[in-house]
Ligand binder design. Structure first.
Ligand SMILES: [Zn+2]
Length: 112
């Protein structure tokens, strides 16, 4: 998981030429923004990148796993909020944001 998310910094970055020229159409195009194909005839130059660098990086992330962990985190936080409101958390502190149930009275009774 972590290895998949790490940025590819181990090898020196080589700026690839993204311009391609289609002989059939006399058309020069940037294959990063045409999904690696000629926008007119669909010819696919060899070794041409089919996405910008940031999009290639985003496509490598498994967003379903990220969403699953985010959902688990949110549900765990929601469970803590509900358990705190129901007084199910270990004693030692009053429920956060609620009236104190441990001492009975929040503040001592003042004089006459
Ligand atoms: Zn073409």
């Amino acid at each position: 998981m972590i290895a998949r998310l790490r940025l590819p910094r181990s090898s020196p970055r080589v700026r690839r030429s993204a311009r391609a020229y289609c002989e059939a159409d006399n058309w020069s195009f940037d294959s990063r923004y045409t999904q690696g194909k000629c926008p007119i005839c669909g010819w696919q130059p060899e070794g041409a990148p089919n996405a910008p660098d940031w999009l290639a990086l985003v496509n490598r992330v498994d967003w379903q796993i990220v969403g699953l962990f985010l959902l688990v985190d949110v549900l765990f936080l929601l469970g803590l909020v509900v358990a705190n409101a129901a007084g199910l958390l270990p004693v030692g502190h009053p429920p956060l944001g609620g009236p104190s149930t441990l001492g009975g009275v929040a503040s001592g009774v003042r004089g006459p």
